[in-house]
Design a protein around this ligand. Structure first.
Ligand SMILES: NC(=O)c1ccc[n+]([C@@H]2O[C@H](COP(=O)([O-])OP(=O)(O)OC[C@H]3O[C@@H](n4cnc5c(N)ncnc54)[C@H](OP(=O)(O)O)[C@@H]3O)[C@@H](O)[C@H]2O)c1
Length: 164
């Protein structure tokens, strides 16, 4: 399966329950990648979406430890194994681990492709993604430099070397 994430220079991903910065070009890229596919999020990330609602046009698979948690339009799971069972017949290329920090960490070893939007700036953050540059991964693709709101960033695709 894949992970998809936007990070700052320090691999920060969030602060106070929200994103570090809103970049419309990145949101468009995120939509292009995930639309029609399956996204796996934690309950906190789901609640950070507009109106606390699932993202339309995608299967929203949500993890919570609360046995009574319910949300219209979501597939609720209570363990990583339950999620694996839900996606077991899906094409792995259509499955995206989409945060937040807890979920990225728990699914990290199950992901072999990482779609990373890397922002050339540092923000105050309280949630982080593992530093992929400190690991033995290959950058399989890198976009041109993007610029929005005076902020520059790139889209990168990291892959595990045994999964080229
Ligand atoms: N930059 C990005 O690309 C990006 C993407 C997504 C999110 N974010 C940011 O990340 C932050 C949220 O991340 P977070 O780490 O605080 O929360 P999170 O990972 O979204 O959700 C954590 C919750 O998921 C549930 N959970 C976690 N592990 C579980 C397991 N093994 N089994 C069952 N349920 C499990 C628990 O829900 P219960 O408490 O209900 O039990 C837990 O409180 C926000 O700031 C958000 O904006 C950034």
């Amino acid at each position: 399966m894949n992970a998809i994430v936007v990070v700052d220079q320090n691999w920060g991903i969030g602060k106070d329950g929200g994103l570090l910065v809103h970049l419309p070009g990145d949101l468009k890229y995120y939509k292009e990648k995930t639309i029609g596919n399956h996204i796996i999020t934690g309950r906190k990330t789901l609640e950070s979406f507009p109106g606390g609602k699932p993202l339309p046009g995608r299967e929203n698979i949500v993890l919570t430890r609360d046995p009574d948690y319910a949300k219209d339009g979501c597939v609720i799971c209570h363990t990583v194994e339950e999620v694996q069972d839900v996606v077991k017949d899906c094409d792995p290329e259509t499955v995206f681990v989409a945060g937040g920090a807890e979920i990225y960490k728990e699914f990290f070893q199950l992901c072999d492709v990482f779609y990373v939007t890397k922002i050339d700036a540092a923000f105050e953050a309280d949630r982080y993604f593992p530093d992929l540059d400190a690991m033995d991964l290959e950058i399989a693709w890198e976009s041109e430099l993007q610029e929005e709101k005076g902020i520059t960033y790139r889209f990168l695709k990291y892959v595990r070397k045994d999964n080229r």
